[in-house]
Design a protein around this ligand. Structure first.
Ligand code: MN
Length: 203
């Protein structure tokens, strides 16, 4: 089995003006595609070639050393971006409510306090990486990772991720990562985040 680029469920310009069309197009067709191509190349002809992406990321520490870095960077890149595209949706297309909102209020005090923690994780990630909302040991948690590392490798389930690599925002925001993170909330697909929470809670 080799990995391939998933189609977006919305148009490249659907997240305007918060994430611009050119950034989305290049991010999806060039950056994500490159992770996939490099991952397929690294796995080709190995005994791990048939593994699905979650299994690869979860078992990263146990992979043979000559595969580990390629899977960490490119497998992580593939897994994280799959999640990122599904995280996002057109402005006003979804609302945070129900079980996820209750759990956020219960865990972080309020939605605003959660937003502040999450944005802060993204702002303080030195260099490239991700800010995350995860389910860790049965609890909601905000974390950050460097490069394409995934919380999944630590047994945490990523529910929502914000890509803070410059390729995700530089054309529109240049060095203004905090502004990109503020606007990120306008295009989150909360239904998808809720679906992930429910699936994670079912084990
Ligand atoms: Mn990216």
């Amino acid at each position: 089995m080799s990995f391939s680029l998933p189609e977006l469920k919305y148009a490249y310009n659907a997240l305007e003006p918060y994430i611009d069309e050119t950034t989305m197009r290049i991010h999806h067709t060039k950056h994500h595609q490159a992770y996939i191509d490099n991952l397929n190349k690294a796995l080709e002809g190995t005994e791990h070639a048939g593994w699905d992406i979650k299994r690869l990321i979860r078992n990263l520490p146990d992979l043979p050393e000559n595969l580990r870095t390629a899977v960490r960077n490119n497998g992580g890149g593939h897994y994280n971006h799959n999640l990122f595209w599904e995280n996002l949706g057109p402005v006003g297309s979804s609302k945070l409510d129900g079980k996820l909102l209750d759990l956020i209020n219960e865990t972080f005090g309020s939605f605003e306090q959660f937003q502040e923690l999450f944005e802060n994780a993204g702002k303080t990630q030195f260099g490239s990486g991700w800010a995350w909302l995860t389910l860790a040991d049965g609890k909601l948690s905000v974390e950050k990772t460097a490069n394409q590392d995934s919380p999944l490798t630590n047994g945490h389930v990523p529910l929502l991720g914000a890509d803070v690599w410059e390729h995700a925002y530089y054309l529109k925001y240049q060095n203004r990562r905090p502004e990109y993170l503020k606007n990120f909330w306008k295009v989150v697909n909360w239904q998808e985040v809720t679906r992930r929470l429910e699936s994670a809670m079912q084990g």
